[in-house]
Each structure stands twice: as C-alpha cells, then as structure tokens.
Design a protein around this ligand. Structure first.
Ligand code: ZN
Length: 236
C-alpha cells in the first residue's frame, strides 16, 4: 500500500514537472503546492462584493425583497471588465470542474462564517438543475458551490428537498415580465416535512434578475419554510 502511495506521489510530481498546470483565471502563472486551480495572485484580486457587510440592504437584496420577504442576500463576486469572474464560471460550468465550485464555496463560506452568519440558517439548498441538463453536464454547479458553503458554515446541504419540473430556462430575449411568468411553477418541493419551519439559505451560481431563485423560493415558502436567504457565486 505504502509503496503504491509513494509511487503515485512520485508520478504526480513527475507529471507536474513535465506538464505544469497553470491558473485557470490568468492562464499564465504555474500553480504551486496548495493552489488547486486558481493562483494566489488571482485569488487575492477576485472582484469580491461587500454584500456580507450589508446583508439586508445591498443592491441584490433590494432587488429581491420587493418580491417577497427576504432575510439576507449576498453574492461572492461581481462580473467585471477584468473577466476573472467570467473565467471562473466558464470553467465551473463547461470545463468539467465541479471541484472548483466547492473550492469557491469554501472560500466564500469562510467569509460568511467570520461574520457568524451560520447561526441564521438551518440548511443550505442549491437550486436544482433539470434532470436532462444534469445528465448532459454531469453535475449541478450550484450544488457544488452549496457544498463548499455548507462545509465552511458547518451547515447541512439539502439538494433533495426541491426538484425542477421543467427544463425551461429564463430567456434573455424575452421581456422581464414574460421571463418571470416563464419560471413560475418550475419547481416542486418534494420533502415538505423536512423544510417545515426551517430557515434556508438558497444558493445559485448566478443571480441577475432573480427570477429563477425567487421562483424556487416561492415554492419553498409555500411548502412551509420560515425564512429565505439567498447566496450566489456571482451577480452583475
Ligand atoms: Zn492566476
């Protein structure tokens, strides 16, 4: 066993020497030990929001709270000209890197835990993907982001409580109102007894208009959860 492990380590180091991995954000700097996919420079220069300092008054919160009672809302990153957020999302969604979602979730969860947000939630619920899309991509990126958040916040993650009935997506070419109608009744709570009275942190990879997360939140509210908060990896 030990010999196998030593051999695997040697092979791994040899492989890294021959084919050094570079940072997925800058595509330049070679990753060193302790860096999984993003180099330390890029990590330090991610366009982070200050939403955790204003959890019930930031812009994203204000957009969501006009539609329903919301406890808190925050996003980790902003889309910027530098394109760092876009790079991360591209790799998370289209380059078969679910572990990147978990890593980013752990980073953001650590920020939120520093401000003791874990005491306000009972569980983390990722927005589900439709089964067809899940089969195609192989994983739900929001679930992996939620997993990382759950680890850092010390909270359970409940992906099984709600399902996506329809494959329809919010469509950018449609008007805002039509989009809103489009996502109504997309989600179905399948474990009502579990969420009754609970304070949920609902998680999506990107929140822009909020139509998708609000639609899911309405379904969870109707099913009896007591409080809804929102967390996203990125917002515009
Ligand atoms: Zn980099």
């Amino acid at each position: 066993m030990l010999v196998n492990k030593v051999m695997a380590n040697i092979l791994h180091h040899f492989w890294s020497l021959v084919f050094p991995r570079t940072c997925i954000v800058c595509s330049e700097r070679v990753l060193v030990q302790g860096e999984d996919s993003v180099c330390t420079y890029c990590r330090a220069h991610l366009p982070q929001t200050d939403h955790h300092l204003f959890p019930a008054s930031n812009i994203m919160y204000q957009q969501l709270v006009v539609h329903m009672p919301v406890k808190y809302a925050f996003a980790y990153l902003l889309f910027t000209k530098s394109g760092r957020t876009q790079q991360l999302l591209h790799h998370l969604k289209y380059r078969d890197m679910p572990e990147l979602g978990e890593e980013l979730g752990r980073w953001y969860g650590a920020v939120l835990a520093e401000h003791a947000f874990q005491q306000h939630f009972d569980a983390v619920v990722p927005i589900p993907l439709h089964k067809g899309k899940l089969l195609k991509r192989g994983y739900n990126q929001s679930y992996h982001f939620a997993l990382g958040l759950g680890i850092s916040l010390g909270l359970p993650v409940w992906p099984e409580v709600v399902e996506r009935k329809s494959a329809s997506e919010t469509q950018t070419r449609k008007s805002r109102i039509k989009r809103w109608q489009n996502v109504e009744d997309i989600f179905e709570v399948v474990q009502q007894e579990k969420i009754g009275g609970s304070r949920l942190l609902l998680v999506d990879d990107v929140i822009t208009t909020g139509a998708t997360v609000l639609s899911c939140a309405f379904a969870l509210k109707e099913a009896g959860c007591s409080e809804i908060s929102f967390a996203a990896l990125a917002t515009a």
